[in-house]
Design a protein around this ligand. Structure first.
Ligand code: GUN
Ligand code: FE
Length: 417
């Protein structure tokens, strides 16, 4: 049993931020036992680690990030999706045919992820199985809860990133088999998006999903170009999401839909039916996509929501920055399109970044009893001109903070080296 003292803040629900001032949190075998305003008698003999005016919060969940794009973050941000993919992203991803390059980047990427307090993530690798496997293995070893995917693409892609259906399925099956019994970092099917995946490939992946009970992550109704291209290539489908349903890819495990900016009613109905997540990636949206998710309306429709950094469509690794940006974008969307839209609150987006996104990975993303002790301590953001509350510190951290403001990190109760 470990006892820590701090101000403690977490989301109870979408609108309700729980705040415990100067309180104690008891952690047993890496799991939260309870939060107490007074230290109970039964713990009186235990040492207490005191974080003073620091604020303890749950660690963040990034439900959409491309590890191989880490070296290109902040580059080509004046392009739109199709040109950005062809000019920057595909040539960058080709480099992962070299395992030594992959290992060096993935080590740096994971270090930055941990520095930024992201301890749970849905990660895209590249088409290359072994380098993507290395990334998954490192996450497993670090105790980071994750879904990691070898990317599949077999049409309308540059030669150097284009697989045959047969090799794509064979490599994917090897990847699924190898990591099927992992504890923290697990494999997930990762067809890049409809414009680069044939129906033959998607159906083959659907069969693997059923056989290995494996979920799927992809980019869904991401841009108007992407949504139109998806339907043009799949004329028997009424919407982008139905392509995945008809391919047997939904219902085998988690369903993680990055962006989901331009859904039709049918996209929403299908995603909801399979308990899928719509992942907002606010920076990526304004950098390379040019669309804003209708976050409040989707929340009301009952779809699960989460946030993603989408490195390198997004330029910042910290999911907390995206909690801030999501609030900003919701106001812009509402201002320009008041019909059916409204702003979201910081409590709403902090919930997406922690408890709502974290639920994909099990009992994590909160500090309630029974949750994994995946937690951060943020320094007190009060300054000499204004004392601010613990909840305000969390908000100010998300808007203005960085890794240096995180003074302690716990992954399953353990502090990373
Ligand atoms: N759509 C297909 N591939 C990608 C990618 O790598 N990043 C983003 N943001 N969108 C995509
Ligand atoms: Fe992406």
């Amino acid at each position: 049993m470990k006892i820590y003292r701090a101000n403690i803040v977490y989301s109870r629900s979408r609108d309700d931020l729980a705040v415990f001032r100067d309180s104690y949190i008891a952690v047993e075998n890496g799991v939260v036992e309870g939060i107490y305003e007074q230290l109970p008698e039964k713990f009186a003999a235990l040492p207490v680690r005191n974080f003073g005016s620091g604020v303890m919060i749950p660690a963040f969940s990034d439900l959409h990030v491309h590890a191989p794009q880490y070296p290109q973050r902040g580059l080509g941000m004046d392009l739109l999706l199709e040109d950005w993919l062809n000019t920057y992203t595909f040539p960058q991803e080709a480099k992962y045919a070299d395992p030594a390059y992959a290992r060096a980047v993935y080590d740096a990427f994971l270090q930055d992820l941990i520095a930024n307090g992201t301890f749970h993530a849905c990660v895209f690798g590249t088409i290359h199985r072994e380098p993507t496997g290395y990334l998954l293995e490192q996450m497993e070893e670090a105790g980071l809860r994750a879904f990691v995917g070898k990317v599949n693409m077999d049409i309308h892609s540059p030669d150097y990133l284009c697989e045959t259906v047969e090799e794509s399925l064979r490599e994917t099956e090897t990847f699924l088999e190898k990591y099927a019994s992992n504890r923290f970092a697990k494999p997930i099917l990762t067809p890049r998006f409809a414009p680069t995946c044939s129906r033959e490939l998607l159906s083959g992946l659907g069969r693997l999903g059923a056989k290995y009970r494996t979920g799927v992550q992809t980019h869904l109704v991401e841009s108007l170009w992407e949504a139109a291209e998806a339907k043009r290539l799949n004329p028997d489908c009424s919407c982008d999401t139905q392509i995945y349903e008809k391919s047997g890819l939904l219902g085998n495990g988690p369903v993680v839909a990055a962006h989901f900016i331009f859904p039709e009613e049918e996209d929403i109905r299908i995603l909801k039916e399979y308990g899928g997540y719509a992942v907002q990636c606010p920076d990526a949206t304004v950098n390379v996509i040019a669309g804003i998710m209708r976050t409040a309306a989707l929340a009301e429709s009952g779809v699960n929501l989460a946030l993603g950094s989408d490195i390198a469509g997004g330029h910042l690794p910290g999911v907390y920055t995206q909690a801030a940006r999501s609030v900003q974008l919701s106001k812009l969307k509402w201002f320009y399109e008041p019909e059916g839209n409204k702003p979201v609150s910081f409590a709403n987006t902090f919930y997406m970044a922690t408890k709502e996104g974290g639920a994909l990975f099990g009992r994590t993303g909160s500090l309630e009893p029974g949750y994994a002790f995946d937690a951060l301590v943020i320094r007190d953001f009060s300054d000499p001109f204004r004392k601010i509350s613990p909840a305000e510190t969390v908000e100010r951290f998300c808007y203005t903070g960085g890794p240096a403001d995180i003074t302690a990190r716990f992954i399953g109760g353990r502090e990373p080296a």
